[in-house]
Design a protein around this ligand. Structure first.
Ligand SMILES: *[C@@H]1O[C@H](CO)[C@@H](O)[C@H](O)[C@H]1NC(C)=O
Length: 213
């Protein structure tokens, strides 16, 4: 935890003003505003080096968690997109991957309507795998709800973004599939499509020990 001692006022009757820069978007989606550089005393965001880190995280549970593994699924693969942009790496990747595998797709781009919170929850929960594709591979600490929601709702995230080692700073290595684990798109597609129930249940072993907070 960061020590804010240096900001504490020596005289306890004086109120110190602390300016906090709070931002949850990746640098890619943040417009640069000049003149702010020296203004803020404290940063609050998802980065490891932020003064105050705010992110979803896994917490180690004190006792073993008893639950039925969420392995019975109606749908194999799915993706929900609100922000479709042909220039995004993730959209290009999706287009290539969908030559080899079918996805159930939801969201404004595909169905012409925004998905409600309830639909989102039930949809993600009904999918075996959920594409947890980030807009960018360049902002390593930018792990979003796309990853954690899937885990929380009982779907296995297929991660595209920074390298596997970065994800493993946040979540157990066997809780997700990383696109870089496969040398070819066909191999990833085959893996997702032909997985046995037994193998699939291994991707939920972490749930005995952790929960998403
Ligand atoms: C925080 O930043 C503001 C604006 O730059 C400044 O006025 C204030 O004195 C700073 N506070 C502390 C505790 O350093």
């Amino acid at each position: 935890m960061t020590d804010y001692g240096h900001m504490r006022s020596k005289d306890k009757d004086t109120i110190l003003l602390v300016w906090v820069w709070m931002n949850f978007e990746s640098p890619m989606n943040t417009r640069k505003t000049s003149g702010l550089g020296k203004l803020f005393n404290v940063t609050l965001n998802y980065c490891w080096n932020a003064d105050i880190k705010v992110r979803k995280r896994l917490v180690f549970s004190n006792s073993e968690i008893e639950e039925d593994l969420p392995i019975q699924k109606k749908v194999t693969n799915c993706w929900i997109v609100t922000n479709w942009n042909e220039n995004h790496y993730r959209v290009k990747y999706y287009q290539l991957l969908s030559k080899f595998i079918t996805f159930n797709t939801y969201g404004a781009h595909f169905n012409n309507k925004q998905i409600s919170h309830e639909e989102y929850t039930s949809t993600v929960a009904s999918c075996k795998f959920y594409l947890s594709f980030h807009n960018t591979r360049e902002h390593p600490d930018y792990m979003t709800e796309k990853l954690f929601n899937a885990m929380k709702l009982g779907s296995v995230p297929v991660a595209l973004g920074p390298p596997r080692q970065v994800y493993e700073k946040f979540i157990p290595g066997d809780a997700f599939v990383h696109v870089d684990d496969f040398s070819k798109l066909e191999k990833l597609a085959q893996y997702l499509q032909s997985m046995s129930e037994d193998e699939y249940s291994k991707l939920f072993r972490w749930r005995k020990f952790f929960k998403v907070n």
